[in-house]
Design a protein around this ligand. Sequence first.
Ligand code: ZN
Ligand code: ZN
Length: 375
Amino acid sequence: MGPLYPDDRLPTAREAARRAGVDALLMTPGADLRYLTGYNAHATERLTCLVLPAEGDPLLVVPVLERAMVDASPAGALDLDVVGWPETDDPYAVVAAHLRSALGRSPDRVAVGNRTWAEQALRLRGALPGAELTLAGSVLRELRMVKSPAEIEALRRAGQAIDRVHARMGEWLRVGRSEREVGRDIAAAILTEGHVSADFTIVGSGPNGASPHHELSDRVVQAGDVVVVDIGGTTAEGYCSDNTRTYVCGGRTPAEVADYYAVLLAAQRASTAAVRPGVTPHEVDAAARDVITAGGYGEFFIHRTGHGIGLEGHEEPYIVAGNTEPLQAGMAFSIEPGIYLPGRHGARIEDIVVCAATGADPLNVVGRDLVVLPG
Ligand code: ZN
Ligand code: ZN
């Protein structure tokens, strides 16, 4: 297995840029920059920008005060020149000058990161008059969508870390505690269990469970509540976790919930079983949706079945109706059908899986049954 941040990504991305007819990739802090260089920079008003021209040498332009951080990161070991710009210099002019000298001309078309701040994208455009600005996402997506063996193992470690948090849920999720109190404890545990950031904690109790992106509220958990807990973080290696389990607190499972949970579990299994190279995300989504529709709950499954995951919590491929780009071995994504009865309660089961040659390789293995907690 190669390193998590191998040194061949800059030349590979340069090739992809050439094929796409782009003169340069201009990457500011974020997942794309980290993917290409291993440098995990913070986005601030001071410009950090990887200039990757289609011809000539790449250059990493950073604030001079952050230069030491680059050298300490995997980027320090790359064949990559780094220039630290002093506080009073214009870094956009540095980017433009390097680009013109590398290409031997002014660029016609440059690509900026999809998540680059608009402020910086517009200033880059201002420094490169005449150059058309496009998005780098369409150039880098092919690279980032298919994970290397080292990335898959990093995602597996993230999955195991979040599984350990779910396995401890009975320590915090109890009748009489508010979602916010429970969420605070979960967030602390996400950090204790192998992450460097707790990215989101959804504790949807009772009717809040019917709102898929509900986060936390002051609602106090009642006996017999169904509670959707969807949590995730980022590990020191840079890879994300994301896992949902549904709990019943301090009481018997309502019969109706037991009924639709059985449908949901069958849907999650069917969708996972549909995963293999060559199958489309559309078909994986339909595998879950068909089971839920046949069970009579189709109108209550109101979101796509899943999303890709890696250096970002949501990335391509999206497991959604209409996405007919076939899955490839090495793609990683969630399978997370849900059933939501507005104003009453809901349930979701979410695992991250990798599309392997033989089918889905689940990175989350904590039990998928409805977990009844004593309260
Ligand atoms: Zn989730
Ligand atoms: Zn998810």
